[in-house]
Design a protein around this ligand. Structure first.
Ligand code: SF4
Length: 702
């Protein structure tokens, strides 16, 4: 067991609070002055950190931290309250709402940055303490399409079914819609090693991003055309006999239907749809088809679309046709974004899910989890509303009270002004957070949470490696762990006996039992093993099981052991460009900020790098809009208008505008984005909508 740094004065080995790479860190120093170093012994980052990680400790002692609960008083002001007052207020209001409007009148909204223990306990809290079916989380904005597609095609969703290490020796990697050079820079050492080993990196992105500039080749596709591009590449692979027919026959089903569909995606036609030149499509297909090991990686680019599942399935089709899935240094993976984007989608905070990645409508799963929870199976509610559907239902005719933990919806949700109005329409809003986020500002009760370095918990990184994020300091006076808050609230609601845990590890022990036998089986994982083994890869069904770094080697976890091809037809985005809105708007992240910016916008060093949201446009589009580099551009969509400082750059397509989404208020690009949902994953279409650009000047009022 690693020593407790607070008591011993030694370094505490823990992990970064931000993205899914979950870089290893060493925290040193006293309670009021913690310093960060990269942990050279943690294999994923080997000491490397990005600017966000290096500066993470400044938030522990930040002046904006919430140090006491806040309750809105009779004149509408949030005022300090004791924990007893705040918790009793929440419990009473929840009881009143449920007595008048039924159990499902309360919604719970979680987040992909919560630890596995919090994810698990929040799901249990919703079902056992509140008895509501309405719980979902912000992973619907992030990983849901890849999760659905991998489950449908491969029988199991684990973002990367292989360790990052395998990327070093992949001959060809097709990286689709990920700007990892900015979002998770330490991962670039794997791509560097791959290139040094003679490998080829092909990046697909409407922008010549920092990652695309670094790659061997770059396909600058039109936003919303991923499925057509993937089908076009597969068309060439089949035409040129570069697919692995023995693998397809032995390990897959459904290829004949795919063959028929992709026959109609000849390169000339795909060029018309995607804007990628016919010759480039043919070349890339050949590079992939002739590689001794090929890897396809997708991220939010193709996934955050109303066709996100189909787009991802189309890319998985390529990996299966190449016979790459389950082979060394090959295969398909999705690069998870949020810190616990992987574990956060496994243990029950999704509307359709029970712990262990089980379905809530599966009678066997319900019986197992009910036995762990000590309740009748019939008391577990059925499936609830997915995230956007839940937000859409807020108000007098639907869900009347909402409990938000670890999510800043006012900034991160699509069509954000509408979401803000919905949040204002509920009878009662409770938010647990470290800072008074834009969402917390609307709350009736705000509960101050402990931060990453102030509590223990496990996270599951983008490889499926379960790691231990250790406590390195005590929370400030007046601040509680979310786990304690859930247990306290459950006590106030009369459910104390189901939430009696002495520590995060106690919660994990119950999670282990609840996940036993499920697809994401953690039952063989312990805090001690994580410590000794630099993390343990799930599934790990027994104490003497070594964990599973690589999946699908011999078989797929489907009824017949085979992977499934899916015949995909390209469909246009939910909103196409027209005379009124002639450009595509796409969104993403920048190096200095993380998600809704609640944390990183409070770090001086990061604000210096990126103090505001900057829109990127091609010179020709900027000329048409009569706005110059450095001036302010007004962007309007069918949902709203916002203005941004403009960067004119040839690195973006002429028909596309890019804006990062880390800001709220009048810099909120999500006031413009479209909440059209993928029919399967229920993921909104952040990555493409139609927009109009104009100069933002006094002479040119909207
Ligand atoms: Fe590593 Fe991501 Fe943290 Fe940067 S933000 S240090 S890449 S875990």
């Amino acid at each position: 067991m690693i020593t407790d740094g607070i008591a011993s004065g030694s370094a505490v080995a823990t992990h970064c609070p931000y993205c899914a790479l979950q870089c290893g860190m060493l925290l040193m120093g006293r309670q009021d002055a913690v310093t960060v170093n990269g942990n050279p012994k943690f294999p994923v980052n080997q000491g490397g950190l990005c600017a966000k990680g290096w500066s993470a400790a400044t938030l522990l002692t930040h002046a904006d931290r919430l140090l006491t609960p806040l309750v809105r008083d009779s004149i509408g002001t949030l005022v300090p309250a004791s924990w007893d007052e705040a918790l009793e207020c929440v419990a009473q209001r929840f009881k009143q709402v449920q007595q008048r409007y039924g159990k499902n009148a309360i919604g719970v909204f979680g987040g992909g940055s919560l630890t596995n223990e919090k994810t698990y306990l929040l799901g249990k809290f919703a079902r056992v303490a509140l008895g509501t079916s309405n719980i979902d989380y912000n992973g619907r904005f992030c990983m849901a399409s890849a999760a659905s597609a991998a489950s449908m095609a491969l029988g199991l969703d684990r973002g990367l079914p292989f360790p990052l290490e395998d990327m070093r020796r992949a001959k060809t990697i097709l990286l689709v819609g990920a700007n990892v050079a900015e979002t998770m820079p330490p991962i670039m050492k794997y791509f560097e090693a791959q290139q040094q080993n003679g490998g080829t990196l092909i990046v697909v992105d409407p922008r010549r991003s920092a990652t695309a500039q670094w790659a061997t080749r770059h396909l600058r596709l039109r936003p919303g055309s991923d499925a057509a591009l993937a089908n076009g590449i597969l068309h060439v692979l089949i035409r040129d006999k570069l697919v692995d027919e023995p693998y397809i026959r032995a390990r897959t089903t459904g290829f004949d239907d795919v063959r028929r569909i992709v026959a109609t995606y000849w390169p000339e036609r795909v060029e018309q749809i995607t804007g990628v030149a016919e010759a480039e499509i043919v070349d890339v297909a050949r590079v992939l088809g002739q590689a001794s090991s090929a890897m396809i990686l997708t991220a939010r680019g193709p996934e955050q679309q109303a066709q996100g599942v189909n787009n991802t399935l189309a890319y998985i089709n390529i990996a299966l046709a190449l016979g790459a899935v389950g082979k060394p240094c090959s295969g398909y993976g999705s690069l998870t974004g949020q810190g616990n984007g992987q574990g956060g989608r496994e243990h029950g905070q999704r509307a359709d899910q029970l712990p262990g990645y089980r379905r809530i409508d599966d009678p066997v799963a319900r019986n197992h989890v009910a036995s762990v929870w000590g309740i009748p199976e019939a008391d577990i509610p059925g499936p609830g509303k997915s995230a956007c559907e839940l937000l859409d239902s807020l108000g007098p005719d639907g869900v009347r009270a909402l409990f938000v933990m670890g999510s800043n919806l006012v900034v991160s949700a699509p069509d954000a002004l509408r979401v803000e109005q919905r949040l204002k329409s509920v009878d009662f809003l409770v938010v647990a957070d470290f800072f008074l986020s834009e969402t917390a500002e609307l709350a009736d009760v705000v509960l101050p949470s402990a931060q990453w370095a102030e509590e223990d918990g496990t996270m599951t990184n983008l490889e499926g490696r379960v790691i231990w994020r250790r406590r390195a300091r005590n929370p400030p006076e007046g601040v509680r762990s979310d786990l304690d808050v859930l247990a306290d609230l459950a006590r106030c609601l009369g459910k104390r006996s189901h939430f009696s845990f002495g520590s995060a590890e106690d919660v994990f022990e119950e999670l282990r039992r609840a996940s036993r036998g499920g697809p994401a089986d953690y039952s063989g994982i312990t805090y001690e093993r994580i410590d000794a083994e630099d993390g343990v890869f799930w599934p790990c069904p027994a104490a003497d099981h070594s964990g599973t770094p690589r999946l699908f080697i011999d078989t797929f976890p489907t009824a017949d052991g085979r992977a499934r091809f899916h015949a995909i037809t390209h469909l246009p985005p939910a909103e196409e460009c027209d005379d009124e809105f002639p450009l595509f708007l796409t969104t993403g992240r920048v190096l200095a900020h993380y998600q809704s910016g609640t944390q990183t916008r409070r770090v001086g060093a990061l604000q210096e790098i990126a103090p505001e949201a900057v829109a990127e446009m091609h010179p020709s589009a900027a000329r048409t809009a009569r706005v110059a580099d450095g001036e302010r551009v007004r962007l309007s969509t069918r949902r709203g208008t916002a203005t941004f400082r403009l960067k004119v750059t040839r690195s973006i397509r002429e028909d596309t505008v890019f804006v990062p989404f880390h800001w709220g208020g009048d810099q909120s690009v999500n006031r413009l984005t479209n909440c059209a949902l993928d029919p399967i994953s229920k993921m909104p279409e952040f990555k493409v909508c139609a927009v109009r650009a104009s100069a933002d000047t006094a002479e040119n009022p909207e």
